[in-house]
Design a protein around this ligand. Sequence first.
Ligand SMILES: Nc1ncnc2c1ncn2[C@@H]1O[C@H](COP(=O)(O)OP(=O)(O)OP(=O)(O)O)[C@@H](O)[C@H]1O
Length: 282
Amino acid sequence: MGGETTVVTARGLRKEYSGRAAVAGIDLDIRRGEVFALLGPNGAGKTTTVEILEGHRRRSGGEARVLGEDPGRAGGRWRARLGIVLQTATDAADLTVAETVRHYAGYYPDPRAPDEVLELVGLGRQAGSRIKALSGGQRRRLDVALGIIGRPELLFLDEPTTGFDPEARRQFWDLIRLLAADGTTILLTTHYLDEAEALAERVAVIAGGLIVAEGDPATLGGRNSAAATVSWSTAEGRRERQTTAPTALIRELSSGGGEIAGLEVRRPSLEDTYLELIGERR
Ligand SMILES: Nc1ncnc2c1ncn2[C@@H]1O[C@H](COP(=O)(O)OP(=O)(O)OP(=O)(O)O)[C@@H](O)[C@H]1O
């Protein structure tokens, strides 16, 4: 077990397909125990980046260190310290859920107990079901179970909650928080901005193979200090004003005393900021 505090480092990471850059020079630093989310539109380079870090794809240039090793050269012992949940679901084998999880547990030196993992991902009641009889969302939960069975130090989750119903997503978020509290470092790619906001301490937005913004989701792109939209109701209808000093405006509006009907103060959401960031790249 490495005691290093930076678990993933990338410098100038590049990947070209037929001379075209899919990843065009990415720098990343992910600390131990952190939940880090990669956001970006389809084709931005997220999966390519993640697969290079997992050792599943060769980089064309730049440097990468993952758990202290070069992912392009590291071996089986290094791999056993990773948990990987790919975008594509587990094959619909003839095995049962419990058999599959037990089978995968055998690949790792210090696996979690299979029953415990099935409970954690909410598949306790499906333990005896054949995989091919599972729903899409249940299949995805099984993928997550297989990703964490080896007690990974670093967990890669590529769009993990696609196909989950809202309740399953919330349960999954609880699971991620539990794993993070337990010291697991998590690198997540997602198209759900609420998911990134709920889970990630830091996010990076990738567009066109480059990181266009990085930071705490609450302050990304300066959204916490961006102009606020103040809206309220009057006898003539709804009023709205953009201001960088909402407190002063509200004081002015309430100078006559009493309530301001239907008062709302809104800063740009993570989605507003994200769309603006990737819009600049189109
Ligand atoms: N094996 C490959 N051969 C050629 N081009 C590829 C290959 N894999 C990915 N690409 C291209 O590289 C670019 C980045 O793809 P990547 O899958 O990394 O994007 P992504 O951000 O993960 O997208 P999504 O959100 O759709 O999963 C795309 O233009 C894609 O077409």
